[in-house]
Design a protein around this ligand. Sequence first.
Ligand SMILES: NC(=O)c1ccc[n+]([C@@H]2O[C@H](COP(=O)([O-])OP(=O)(O)OC[C@H]3O[C@@H](n4cnc5c(N)ncnc54)[C@H](OP(=O)(O)O)[C@@H]3O)[C@@H](O)[C@H]2O)c1
Length: 224
Amino acid sequence: MPTILITGGSRGIGKALVEFYKRDGWYVIATCRDPDAAQDVLADEILPLEVTSEDSILALHTAIDGRPLDILWNNAGVYLDKATDLSGTGFEAWSETFAVNSIAPLRLSVAFVENVAASDHKTIAFTSSRMGSIGDLRGSANGYAYRSSKAALNMAGAMLANDLKPRGVKTVMLHPGWVQTDMGGASADITADVSAHGMKQVVDGLTDAQSGAFLNYDGKSWPW
Ligand SMILES: NC(=O)c1ccc[n+]([C@@H]2O[C@H](COP(=O)([O-])OP(=O)(O)OC[C@H]3O[C@@H](n4cnc5c(N)ncnc54)[C@H](OP(=O)(O)O)[C@@H]3O)[C@@H](O)[C@H]2O)c1
């Protein structure tokens, strides 16, 4: 039975990913900050993880205990400056945004690279955002930190694809769509189910040639 580890599995897109992988017969490990508050999540295991804490990553690594991870899905994210333009975004919000959205996914990838390399699917997925596309700057002028953090994530994920190619490990950066979650809001375009179903299909069909790509939830490419 293949195994997937999904960060930010407590709600929104992560929770929907948990459900689709469970339905497909996978062993699903979800993480969030407070597993007691996520009892409705249908994962096989719900483990605590504060993604910005090295100690918390180490504790998760110990709990996983060398088990192969077919997919490591770095999904947890924050959008702290959604309603804030450049003038209002200070060091604290920039730092937290980069810690959660850009640095943590890479620290987790480094921590679990051996587990992924030891699996059959050998895939590291990142929930990115089209807001990180420099080639398509449509949208509001708010969110300098968020948009920059996803651009940084894309760079690191693309570098990781190069680095891990000799080990057969693929990476992919995915735009989930504008999704009805706590982050996306009720008036967003699509449900978390539509997003998660689409992204799962993209990841299921991911080829070696696509490793390091920045793709929409329906498989289309995004400009960097
Ligand atoms: N919704 C959209 O329209 C949209 C569009 C583009 C990209 N995205 C991306 O999609 C991903 C999921 O977003 P969502 O819409 O599902 O958001 P959400 O409903 O706000 O859920 C965010 C998830 O991230 C986790 N998380 C946040 N900070 C964390 C931290 N410091 N440590 C551990 N976990 C943390 C949360 O866990 P807790 O329960 O522990 O807080 C929660 O599970 C994010 O990377 C986001 O940037 C979303």
